[in-house]
Design a binder for this molecule. Sequence first.
Ligand SMILES: Cc1cc2nc3c(=O)[nH]c(=O)nc-3n(C[C@H](O)[C@H](O)[C@H](O)COP(=O)(O)O)c2cc1C
Ligand code: SF4
Length: 445
Amino acid sequence: MLLNVVVMSHVKATENTISRCVVSRDEQGEKVVPAKEKGFLRREIMLPQHKIIFEPINIGKIQLDNRIVLAPTHVGMGDEKGMVTDQYLCYYYTRASGGVGLVIVEITGVTGRYAFIAGRGLGAASDRSIPGLRDLARVIHWGGAKAFIQLAPGHGAQAMRHHKQRPLGGPSDVSALVQKDGLPKNLKGIIKEAPERPHPLDVQEIKGLGGEMVRAAGRAKGAGFDGIEIHGAHGYLLCQFTSPYYNRRNDDYGGSPERRWRFSLEIIRDIKETLGQNFVVGYRFSAREWIPDGLDLPESIEMAKALEGAGADYLSVSQGCYGSATHVFPAGEGAMTEDAAAIRKAVSIPVMCPNFQSPDKVADAISNGSVDLVALSRPLLADPLWARKVKEGRPEEIQHCKRCYQCIRAAIVDHVPARCPVNPKLGFERFDPQGLPRPAIGQGV
Ligand SMILES: Cc1cc2nc3c(=O)[nH]c(=O)nc-3n(C[C@H](O)[C@H](O)[C@H](O)COP(=O)(O)O)c2cc1C
Ligand code: SF4
């Protein structure tokens, strides 16, 4: 029990320096860290209201140390071929060692057959990706977090760039909805070219893409990842299959809600059957698409039950698509929590959602039963030490994201590596001694 009692005592920190310690009656787990004040040491204590954030939790057979997750966040630090670079290793090591319980590596492509959104992201479409993925899983483990990777079978109608030699594939020939009004200034042009109509994938192509997902998940497992997350959110291919707006089919993969969900459910079942029930498979989806005739919460709740029934080990609740991008990246805080809470009531597997900044709000959402875990994206771009600062009782030192949208503009609109004015080290972790991956004792290869 932390009693939050501050006792002043004098300890000898160096030969010449008398230092001050702040201690509590329960010293378990406390760390001594140098204080800002010159010549003093300060013992940091987690604030009692934040304790719940650091309770362990199981996802499938995997135990996480705490409830903070690095949300999948495409930062565009790979090479032209989608391979892991040293910069990626240092970027992910920095987030893992910043105290999160789980790192979910960003959207990763599983095939080069269809048009995609370029931008130096990651791929797991061939065995050539395995050595890089192995290093990536390893440095995340060295940092002290569990490692999942988000896999996507395609970008559907939203794949608008760099696809000259590759066809656009979607559930139906419905082009991506572009909504110019209401987007933050920096996101205008999220789809720059005139929307094209994708070709409706036939059943053989759908089965082929399902097979690519299973093979990519196998590569991730072989590389040492603890699990994968299926990207069914934000208007990409699987989201378009589940969407009543985008999916106009009338076959086994469209026509009723159950048939629209079918592609996603089959992928979960096939990965579980191929890789074993113990390999964690999560599913991320937009509970509301926020477009006319788009997926809405009541149907999402039913879909969530079906995803659990198919074997999903956790659900990650998001919102929106490119036609409603402000809902994917809300300017405020807590926009997804109510939806996550409604979904959590309907299932018995862990549920997470993003869009938090304040540790108090994170702790409230966990303690009032809205979510089991919290996925932070922009807060961990702006401050990779978010979790450690909360754990060490210094939340006031967190560098907060100021919602300037520059990271999104860079990585998702302009297809260049993400940068952040709040955290000038973002993208330069390979030059920062703190960002250099190093194993702890016993973690050598
Ligand atoms: C630069 C950037 C890239 C993103 N890339 C992904 C991605 O690869 N996969 C995904 O599911 N969501 C992605 N997102 C969405 C985030 O995971 C998250 O859901 C969203 O930013 C809201 O959470 P936040 O308020 O913590 O930023 C991205 C967000 C940002 C800012
Ligand atoms: S401050 Fe701007 S660039 Fe940095 S994480 Fe927030 S939105 Fe992205």
